[in-house]
Design a protein around this ligand. Structure first.
Ligand code: ZN
Length: 510
C-alpha cells in the first residue's frame, strides 16, 4: 500500500489577514512606511524575507549607561544594544516584528541592493506608529557610507534569517498558545488573565490569574486546549481603522481587588489600526503580536501547579505553560536528567523516585550508625587514656599526644566526645592524677589549605593555657579556650616530623 502524507501548508493562507473596513488601505506608495498593525510580519507571519525600500534613516548615538543598581523590570531582555552609533532605519514594509503586545522584538538582517552588503538588525522597536530597525554599522564602514547605503528610496531585502525565524517561531508558538490558554481560563473557570510573560527561551512562559488553581482545574484546561489543538483550529486577523474616541472611552476592566485585567492600547501608538486576533470558535482578542495561522502542533503542557504571588492587598498566582519548540526542549532536558539519574542508580526511569527515597533513607541510617560508633570509639579511646593516667602513681603530670587521620566533616566534634568521655570516666576515679593531653586530627589528603584540628585538655587550667599559647607561637595554630579546654585550627600540611614533634617538645617543657 502506498504511503500518503498530509502536510500542513508552510505558507500563510490568503484569508489569514482580513481587512474588514471598506476604507482601510494598506499604503502601496513605497515612500510611505506601513504602520504597525499592517506590517508584512503581521499580515503573513510565515514570511521570512521581503524586498522593499528605505523610507528614512538616521544615526542614533549609544544610550547613556543606566545608573548602577537600577534594574530593568522585564522578563525578556531585548538583544543588547552595543555601545556604538546605530542606524535607525524606517522601511516601507518589514518581516521583522517590533516588540509589542508582550512579544519581544525579532532579529534579522537587511541587504542593501546597490552594494549587496548585509547589515545586522539587532532589534526593532515601535516609535509611535512605525517600526524602526536598529541596524549595526558594519565593521570598517564609516557612518557617512552607511547612511548613503540606506538613503531614501534605496532598494533593500529585509529577512529574518534562520536564527531570526527560529526565534520568531518560538515566540509565535508561545504567544498563540497564550491566547488559547487565556480564553479557556476566562470562559471555563472565570479566571481573567491579569498579565502574562513571554519569557526567554527555553524557560516556561506564564499567565497571571487572580487565584491559585487546583490540579484538576489545570488538567481539565490542558486537555480541553489539546482537543482544540488536535482539531487544528484556524487563526485569522481582522483589521480596521482605530476609532480614537471609541478607544479612549474604553477602560481596562478592574477586579474587586483593584487589580486591572490586561493592558490598554499603548498611549503612544499612533498607527491608527485596530487589530483583532481570532482563533475560530475560541477567542477574539485585540493584539498586535504575531500568531500562527493554525494551532496545529501547539500541544500545550501546563506545569501542574500554580505559583502564589503575594501583592500588598491581594494574592494572585502564576500558571506556567510550554508549547511548540519549547515543549520539545523541555521534554529533551527532562528526559536526559531522568535518564542520567536512572543510570547512576542502575534502575529504570520509573523506579527513580523509589530508589532515591531508598538511598535517602539508607543514608540517614548510615549517619545514625556512624554517630553511634563514633561515640563508642570515643569512650574506648578515653578508657585507654584514663588507664594510662591512673597508672602513674607518683602524682607527677602525665602528658600524652594522640594524632588521628579523620575525613569527617566535624573532627572537633569527635575530639570533644573523647574529652567528655574522659571527664566522665575520671570523675569516678579516686585520688589526684594530674594530666595534660593534646588530641589532633588531620584529613587523609592534604594541601596548603587543609584544616587540621587541635584540642588541648588538662587537669590544671593554667597549664592548658600555657600549652595553647605555645601551640599558637611555635606551631602557628589559631585558637583559644577557657578553663580545662583549648581548641584550635592549623591550616596547611600537617607533617609527622614537624607538627607532631613540635607538640611533643611543648608537652616536655610543661
Ligand atoms: Zn496576541
Amino acid at each position: 500500500m502506498a504511503a500518503t502524507a498530509y502536510l500542513i501548508s508552510p505558507t500563510t493562507p490568503p484569508d489569514y489577514h482580513r481587512v474588514i473596513s471598506p476604507t482601510l488601505q494598506i499604503p502601496s506608495d513605497t515612500n510611505v512606511s506601513i504602520p504597525v498593525g499592517l506590517l508584512a510580519c503581521q499580515r503573513d507571519p510565515l514570511l521570512r524575507t521581503l524586498d522593499t525600500t528605505v523610507v528614512s534613516v538616521s544615526v542614533a548615538q549609544p544610550p547613556v549607561t543606566p545608573a548602577q543598581g537600577k534594574k530593568i523590570k522585564k522578563a525578556v531582555l531585548a538583544p543588547e544594544i552595543p555601545n556604538e552609533p546605530l542606524l535607525h532605519v524606517l522601511l516601507h514594509d518589514t518581516v521583522i516584528f517590533p516588540e509589542g503586545g508582550g512579544q519581544p522584538t525579532d532579529t534579522g538582517c537587511i541587504t542593501t541592493e546597490a552594494d549587496a552588503a548585509v547589515w545586522e538588525v539587532i532589534q526593532a522597536k515601535r516609535h509611535g506608529g512605525h517600526a524602526v530597525h536598529y541596524v549595526k554599522i558594519r565593521e570598517g564602514v564609516s557612518v557617512d557610507t552607511a547612511l548613503l547605503a540606506f538613503q531614501t528610496g534605496a532598494k533593500v531585502t529585509v529577512a529574518l534569517g534562520d536564527e531570526g525565524f527560529e526565534r520568531r517561531y518560538d515566540h509565535m508558538s508561545m504567544h498563540t498558545s497564550q491566547h488559547i490558554l487565556s480564553a479557556l481560563l476566562e470562559t471555563r473557570l472565570n479566571l481573567p488573565t491579569l498579565s502574562w510573560s513571554l519569557t526567554s527561551y527555553p524557560t516556561p512562559c506564564y499567565v497571571e490569574v487572580p487565584r491559585g488553581m487546583a490540579q484538576e482545574e489545570i488538567t481539565s484546561i490542558q486537555s480541553e486546549a489539546n482537543k482544540l489543538v488536535f482539531e487544528g483550529r484556524r487563526v485569522h486577523v481582522e483589521v480596521e481603522e482605530l476609532d480614537p474616541i471609541q478607544e479612549q472611552a474604553k477602560s481596562v476592566p478592574v477586579l474587586e481587588s483593584g487589580r486591572s485585567v490586561g493592558k490598554a492600547l499603548p498611549q503612544d501608538y499612533t498607527g491608527g489600526v485596530k487589530r483583532v486576533v481570532v482563533i475560530d470558535g475560541v477567542d477574539r482578542n485585540p493584539c498586535c503580536g504575531t500568531h500562527l495561522p493554525s494551532i496545529h502542533n501547539l500541544q500545550l503542557f501546563l506545569l501542574p501547579h500554580t505559583e502564589a504571588l503575594s501583592r500588598s492587598s491581594t494574592t494572585s498566582a502564576r500558571l506556567y505553560f510550554l508549547s511548540g519548540p519549547r515543549l520539545i526542549a523541555h521534554l529533551t532536558s527532562a528526559h536526559s536528567h531522568l535518564a542520567s539519574t536512572a543510570a547512576i542508580l542502575s534502575c529504570g526511569p520509573s523506579l527513580v523516585p523509589e530508589r532515591v527515597t531508598q538511598v535517602v533513607e539508607e543514608r540517614k541510617k548510615a549517619e545514625k550508625r556512624v554517630t553511634d560508633i563514633e561515640q563508642e570509639l570515643a569512650e574506648y579511646i578515653a578508657k585507654g587514656l584514663v588507664s594510662q593516667i591512673i597508672s602513674k602513681k607518683d602524682g607527677t603530670l602525665h602528658t600524652h599526644h594522640i594524632h588521628r587521620t579523620d575525613d569527617s566533616g566535624n573532627t572537633l566534634g569527635f575530639l570533644t566526645a573523647i574529652a567528655f568521655a574522659l571527664g566522665a570516666a575520671l570523675s569516678s576515679v579516686e585520688g589526684v592524677h594530674p594530666y595534660m593531653l593534646v588530641l589532633s586530627s588531620t584529613p587523609s589528603t592534604q594541601t596548603t589549605n587543609t584544616v587540621s584540628t587541635v584540642l588541648v585538655l588538662g587537669s590544671e587550667d593554667s597549664k592548658v593555657k600555657a600549652v595553647g599559647d605555645a601551640l599558637k607561637s611555635k606551631l602557628n595554630v589559631k585558637g583559644g579556650g577557657k578553663g580545662s579546654r583549648w581548641s584550635g585550627k592549623y591550616i596547611g600540611v600537617w607533617k609527622e616530623n614537624r607538627e607532631n614533634t613540635g607538640i611533643d617538645e611543648i608537652l616536655n617543657t610543661i
